[in-house]
Design a protein around this ligand. Sequence first.
Ligand code: GBH
Length: 487
Amino acid sequence: MTIAVEVPPVAAQLPADFLWGYATAAYQVEGSPEADGRGLSIWDTFSRDPRHTEDGKSGDIATDSYRRWEEDIALMKSYGVTAYRFSLSWSRIIPLGGKDDPINPAGIEFYRKFMKALIANGIEPMVTLFHWDLPQALQDKYTGFCSRQVVDDFVNYAKVCFDNFNDLVNLWITINEPNVYALMGHLVGTQAPGRSSNREISPEGDSATEPLIVGHNLLISHGAIAKLFREGGYNLPGKKLGIVINVNWGEPYDDTPESKEAAADFMSASSDWFAHPVYLGDYSERTKQVLGPNLPTFTPEEIELVKGSSDFFGLNHYTTYLIRRPTAEVSTTNMLGRFMKGVEVTVNYPDGTEIGPKAGLSWVRPVAWGFKKLLQYLYKTYGKDIYITENGVICPDENKTPLPEVLNDDYRIKYFRDYIDQIIALKDTVPVKGYIGWSFLDNFEWQEGYTARFGVTYIDYENDLKRIPKKSAYYMTEYMGKAIAKK
Ligand code: GBH
């Protein structure tokens, strides 16, 4: 089936080398958890407990992309994309994860043939080393990222990847959303490894300290991997390595100085927590203040290691929130509220109007002007080239809408258009080098299981995981094909 799309005339405004495409992550699409010597990851363990996902399902099958990769690449090629962002499964490459553990040649072979096929089809691989699926053995051995021991194991894994894939990869990403991994996995506990002080959720964990320690170890790992990349001879001309941070824009709720301070606190406790050490060195004073005395301290050597360790700003951005000072005492079960002291998040203005229309999940409302403000803020604050490494939405009730109506995702089309138009509007003032939408396929959406469909491609879970392009896929092909100058 082909859906007719109408795309208005668009002048080519983005440079010919502007990358565009879609993203996925290994655990969200691959399936085949036991195939060819793969070891288990914390997401296998976590999601096999049906209490941990909305539909009680795990990523055991996902979109079966480990087996259907040729079909996936052919589909991507038909979309006209120039890049594909995906992640490597650490436990496919080193099943037990550690630096003295054996390497699995079958894992390496799989990713090499996959990358070669992408390149043969004119699609640039954008490769993430760690998108949350830590080998379970490392979690068992020393509590994963809660322990400093993880750094050497992570650096070793990165070295194995550089040695085996650097000839095929120009754009490396070390870590996807360290802020989300730290908070969802060790504060709230609704994502793997599922640790939290909330004993109804987890028998183990300390929300007051662990997220901060995990964040610190992620930053040091990233710094050490960047050092290896640069000093180990991998940083050849045209190659780049960076980190991807999830950043929501925090807009002051109203014009009061209190709300402005609260919004600045929100930014410092969510994204600047990672961006400041990476781009400017050390945690900012405001981050130290908001996150409090449990925030670990860097040695001067560590500050140097982490500072300047990312060649670009990798930005995952979805939405904007209104921020004010707390209007009531923060309850003990509101983990995020207690973590970000002095910050309250809302989506309603003082007069009750909403910041943006409801989407298919409560946390992701379209607010394109917030994206514009964020891009300006990030470039002014950190001065780096920006790659949009994820951006996307779910249509209202998308999961309840049957075929074929579900393919008419005009809500997603509008979201993509409005957000990309901000990049175009800023093209002479903020250097955005690429746009990667989330996601190529509907997939295993972590704690939401398969109930949240972010894809431009519909997956028919009832019919052998058939891939069916949504209208947005056709629209984007047309639109980006026109908006990007021809080579
Ligand atoms: C990204 O995270 C991930 O990188 C990607 O893997 C994921 O599939 C994609 O977004 C879509 O979600 O349920 O109210 O507690 C985005 C950041 C942080 C957004 C955690 C959802 C949970 C909100 N995510 N958040 S809630």
